[in-house]
Structures are given as structure tokens and as C-alpha cells.
Design a protein around this ligand. Sequence first.
Ligand code: HEM
Length: 407
Amino acid sequence: MFDASFFTDPYPLYKRLRSGGAIHFAPGTGKSGGWIVPGYDDAANVLADLSLSSARSGVSFAPYLPEERSQLQRIQEIFAESMMFLDPPAHTMWRRIMLKAFTRARMEELKPITTTLAQQLLDAAEDQEQFDFVADYANLLPIHVIAHLLGADVDDHQQFTVWARDISAFVSTVGPSLESAKRAQDATLALYGHLQQAIARRLKTPQEDAISEMIRETHELGLDAAALDHALNVSLPAHCVGLLVAGHETSSNLIGNAMNVAFRRPELLAELVKNPALCHTAADEFARFDSSVQILVRLTKAPGTLLGKAVQPGQVVMALVGSANRDERKFERPEVFDMHRTERSLTFGSGRHYCPGTQMGLMELAIALEQVLRRFPKLALVGTPDELVWRPSVNFRGITAMPVTTN
Ligand code: HEM
């Protein structure tokens, strides 16, 4: 089912799945099979279903042999602590803390910084006639912005880039090798250590930044001394690692996907070049039209029924976001790119795990496109969009490389 043509264009398969029923059994998924839910309303209901669990971090490690898994103990522990893999009550508690990183004021503050970071990356491309829009720009901008959010000095941004690359190579590939998993573990541990130090420094000298805010909110929980120590020194750094994992690949891939959508539509590209501020209006539709997140996974906790089918405990349920976003029952003419739509897509999820970085991701996308088109109004793809190579990932959708010319 998942061959190269699927990675290039999954939408024909999604359409067949939607017309084939509300829920499909996927026998090869997990120990006892999984379920695919392709329609918008049904996928949204899966995400709102309190009987389903998000504690799925182990799914990525399940294919390894037991002795291999034991070599990956630390990365499993750190990932399992991250908010996106928690259920209530721990999820509720940590979400409240982590939302402190995403206040309206902080997002406003990030806008000029994101613009400057985008401009710096484009400065480096200025002297070249050709650069890789994905590797040299789309991949880097979100890492720099998250590094800034997490209080890293500019000097550390390069290090964040290396960590993010090694973690992404593991997270977003189908069947990553043990070597790739170990590299991701090394990167995760190094980042974790960096964040522990950043937290320790702010415990001594609080600042007006996201980490200090999260520390303040953690103190508000009224935990006893041992639990507070664990929360600040063990859990909080893991949640901050989770921010890089959740906010890097998603944003980077979306910027590349959006550029591809624009390259395929000369009239849209011309409109955006003429009025680059429109990139902010178009961001939501870029996110719907070719989302970087294609599947959101939940686990069944108990025997029961889901959309009329009997389910067993521990089965994987896949809300097919990429398909939901093209559901003709929700979006009129879903195959058409229309930046004036008002319906909300499922790109940022729904329900209690709804992406807290939505505004940040959309802002990065809009600024990335706006800045590149302001700087290089003649930006053109080398080759044709059909020659672009897509990442071999089922959950994430993104392009591996995108050579462009600037004049
Ligand atoms: C365009 C970019 C982005 C997309 C498409 C995206 C998408 C999503 C989706 C679909 C979820 C829900 C996951 C689920 O229900 O299982 C989610 C959760 C999350 N996202 Fe994003 N995201 C983006 C950017 C960001 C950024 C920039 C950050 C932070 C730096 C971020 C941090 C998170 C976190 C921490 C969660 C977990 C929330 C929870 O479990 O309560 N995301 N994101």
C-alpha cells in the first residue's frame, strides 16, 4: 500500500478509503492489527474520544528486538514523558505548564525574530544562483526559532540543527535502522542535558523567557520537594525535547510542501510574489491542502466498538488527517487550493492534544514564504515538481530536496 507513488501523492488512495467506508482494518499494524479512519468527522471524533489513549510512544520502538530495545532505553523514557504521549491527569497538568511557552505575547515577540532569522538564512543564499529550499531554508528556520524559544544562544543554533536532524531521521522514516535509533538517542540525550542546564540556570536566575515561565507554573502546582525536583529536573527537560520533536519536522515539511503547491500553480505564485503579505492569509490553506502531518495515532484501551467495528485493547487507531483535509463532505471542491476558505482543517489536530504551536507553525510558514518571495521574486524550481522526491514516511509528509534558482 505504501510505495513510492503513495509518498508522492497519497490523495487518490485516501479518496478510495473515504468512499470505501468510515473505518478500515489494517492487519499489518501492531500486534493485533489497527484501524484507519479516513473521514473528517470520524477522524475528529477519534481525536475527541476520551476512551482512546495517546500513550503510543512505544509504537516506534515495537519493531526492534528485545535486546535492541534495551539499548534504546533512554530515548524511550524521554519520549514517553513528552506531553503528546500522555493521557490525563499527567497530560492536563503538563499541558497547563507548557502552554506558558505559547502565550499570545510570546508569539508576537517571535514574529520579528523569525523574520530576522529567515532573512539571515536568505543572506547566505543571496550569493548563490541556486540553493536547496528545503535543506538550506525550510529545514533550518523552525529549528532556529525553537532554539530561540528554548533560550538557546545563537551560537548553539548549529548544535540544535544537528540534534534535530538526527532525531528527525529516526522519527520520520518508515522502519528506521537500529543505528539511526541510536543516533537519535545520542542527540536526544545531548539536547536533554542542554535543557537541564538551561533550566538549572533559570532556577538560579529567572528571566523573562519561556523556560522561566514554565518553571514558575511548575512551582504553582504545590508539589512536595521530591516531586518538584523530579518535575523540574527530569520531566520539564523531556517536555522541552518534545517541543523540538513536535515543532521541527512538522513546520519544516509544511514550508516545503507549501512551496511545492505554489510552484505547481503559476497564477498563485504570481499572486504571492505581487503581494507577499498574502502568504499570511494563505497559510491555513497551505496547511490544509498538503499537510505535513498525515496520520495521528491513538490506542484502544478496552474492548468495545469504534464506528461499528469491534476493537480489542492495545490496537492502533489512525485518524487520517491528510484524508480528512480533503473530505468532500467537509470542504467544497477539496482538490482546489482556495485561500479564502473558513473551515478548520485537522492539520493541527483536535481535542485535548490540539497543537499548542499552531500559531507558531503558521507564523513560521507565512514568514518563510513571504521573506523568500520578497527577496527572490524570480524564485524558480530547478526541474519540474513531478521530479521532487518525497520522504518515505507515512505519518509525516515532506520533500527531501528542492533545488531553486534565484534569478
Ligand atoms: C506547521 C507546523 C505544525 C503542525 C502541522 C503541527 C501539528 C500538530 C498536531 C496534529 C498535533 C496533535 C497531535 C495529536 O493529537 O496526537 C500537535 C501537537 C503538538 N504540537 Fe504541533 N504542529 C506544528 C507546529 C508545532 C510547533 C512549532 C510546536 C512547538 C514548538 C508544536 C508543539 C506541539 C506539541 C508540544 C504538541 C503536543 C500537544 C499535546 O499533546 O497536548 N507544534 N501538533
